[in-house]
Design a protein around this ligand. Structure first.
Ligand code: FAD
Ligand code: NAI
Length: 475
């Protein structure tokens, strides 16, 4: 007889391992299956996020930012740093260490919570009276059964038709995070989150970076005023972003990659680059899962179909994270994982899609929660807006980074906060206050009346809230 569990989680990324831990906390017998291998072939749970996503990208963003500061900003502090060099191999090794610490941390957490970890690929076999059978193909093969299954198999980079990733010249996020040397000329297709973060890393290290974006607008999902401010900063840094292009033939040759495209003016351009990163979004991953075996419904984009509670069409089978609809963010996957474990336990787990924060870890950082000004206009909502520039914030001046602003959007009648948008230093941390405020249905005045430490960047948040009522104190 196969090993029997209350809950079997397929996928050990942020959606999966967090669901497994929460289910174990709730008293269930839990298994978590993950197939990711480290360089030595051992288990490396944490998924895209830990291995080739959030964590390694932030490690490289940090290293490259230090390098950029040493080269361009130390002097204004009176520090002379001549002949600053970047040892790319060492930077990558540090990144790998950070990744491994996270992999090991997750293995420890699973063990601590008595989750049985299986290293291998999980695929559905059949549904029986005891539950759903899942074959685990690792070093050995075995079948385990779960009364409940949580699928958290994540996503993969979307390729451009006719241009497969070789991870040598044509790179997905995977190859983009382990380039052995700084390319002289780097091209990217897609100026979304990965394009901007990865473009920033390699530009700071000295690459001549061109990002080709198909849409005519820059960061269309971001509040227009914030996106405009960010674009200004990226232009100043020398990050070349071409909007409204149509990418044509791509030739992956011995010496590099040639991208033929038509620019917004309709001119045909030939762009030669040493490396090309394709960052045009991601596709849900059900490779090897054998969903047909249990009749699992998949939509036309390859995502597993779920309802608002993450239930699939098969009773007892749930799905969370990048493999289902909604934003492809680690914290969204985690929240869904927790909510599903709690629902299995008969509780009322809940994910509030209106208060999921977004952060782009460029310099300046971009962060937001709630609706943008253009969305409020489109929805016909009467709103008030208040902005406060970091230029007028004492801490930002002391830091030497006064780019950007904080912007509040509040209901014109009730003053309830509808959206908070930020571009500037460390806004990845500042956005948390706005998320809390929105969860508690705070008004802009609530934030304006709260004492914020001085001098701190968070004072810009308070001042932007005051600006909604046209009564900033420092601007
Ligand atoms: P994943 O993290 O993809 O995990 C899925 C896991 O399931 C993998 O380990 C995979 O090996 C395993 N698996 C798949 N199929 C099977 C199977 N059949 N059997 C066993 N195991 C299987 N999000 C943020 O919120 N913040 C960021 O800063 C951020 N930065 C990013 C940077 C990059 C470059 C990329 C690519 C993504 C980034 N993301 C970020 C997005 C984030 O990584 C994803 O939203 C998140 O990882 C999704 O979690 P998940 O658990 O759904 O899937
Ligand atoms: P994205 O959806 O953020 O951006 C893709 C961009 O490519 C879009 O601007 C789109 O218009 C453009 N595009 C699509 N097809 C194109 C084409 N044929 N030619 C030119 N441009 C084209 O996707 P990205 O950057 O690949 O990232 C995937 C996801 O990973 C993100 O949506 C996000 O969910 C997650 N992520 C999150 C991060 C964070 O939270 N900081 C960091 C990196 C990734």
């Amino acid at each position: 007889m196969s090993k029997q569990f209350d809950v079997v989680v397929i996928g050990g990324g942020p959606g999966g391992y967090i669901a497994a831990i929460r289910a174990a906390q709730l008293g269930f017998q839990v298994a978590c299956i993950d197939e990711w291998k480290n360089a030595a072939g051992g288990p490396a749970p944490g998924g895209t996020c830990t291995n080739v996503g959030c964590i390694p990208s932030k490690a490289l963003l940090q290293s490259s930012e230090h390098f950029d500061h040493a080269n361009h900003h130390f002097a204004e502090h009176g520090i002379s740093a001549k002949d600053v060099k970047m040892d790319v191999a060492k930077m990558l090794a540090r990144k790998d260490t950070v990744v491994k610490q996270n992999n090991d941390g997750i293995l420890y957490l699973l063990k601590k919570n008595k989750v049985t970890f299986f290293h291998g690929r999980g695929s559905f076999v059949k549904t029986t009276e005891a539950g759903h059978e899942v074959n685990v193909a690792g070093k050995a093969e075995e079948v385990i059964t779960g009364k409940h299954i949580i699928i958290a198999t994540g996503s993969n980079a979307r390729a451009l038709p006719g241009t497969p990733f070789d991870e040598v010249n044509v790179l997905s996020n995977d190859g983009a995070l382990r380039l052995g040397a700084v390319p002289k000329k780097l091209a990217l297709i897609g100026s979304g989150v990965i394009g901007l973060e990865m473009g920033s890393v390699w530009r700071r290290l000295g690459a001549d970076v061109t990002i080709l974006e198909g849409l005519p607008t820059f960061l269309g999902a971001v509040d227009e005023q914030i996106a405009k401010e960010a674009k200004k900063a990226f232009d100043k840094q020398g990050l070349k972003i071409e909007l409204g292009v149509k990418v044509g033939e791509i030739v992956n040759g011995k010496k590099g990659v040639t991208v033929n495209y038509t620019n917004a003016k309709g001119e045909a351009i030939v762009l030669d680059a040493d490396k090309l990163i394709i960052s045009i979004g991601r596709v849900a991953n059900t490779i090897g899962l054998n969903p047909e075996a249990i009749g699992l419904q998949i939509d036309e984009r390859g995502a597993i179909v779920v309802d608002g509670d993450c239930k699939t069409n098969v009773p007892g089978v749930w799905a969370v994270g990048d493999v289902v609809r909604g934003p492809m963010l680690a914290h969204k996957a985690e929240e869904e994982g927790v909510a599903v474990a709690e629902r299995i336990a008969g509780q009322h787990g809940h994910v509030n899609f209106n208060t999921i924060p977004w952060v782009i870890y460029t310099s300046p950082e971009i962060a937001w929660v709630g609706r943008t000004e253009q969305q409020l206009k489109a929805d016909g909502v009467a709103y008030k807006a208040g902005t406060f520039p970091f230029l007028a914030n004492g801490r930002a001046r002391a830091l030497g980074d006064t780019t950007g602003m904080v912007k509040f959007l509040a209901d014109a009648t009730t003053d309830e906060i509808l959206g908070v948008h930020m571009v500037g230093p460390q806004v990845s941390e500042l956005i948390a206050e706005a998320v809390v405020a929105m969860e508690f249905k705070a008004s802009a005045e609530d934030i304006a009346r709260i004492c914020h430490a001085h001098p701190s960047l968070s004072e810009a948040t308070k001042e932007a809230a005051l600006a909604v009522d046209k009564r900033t104190l420092n601007f």
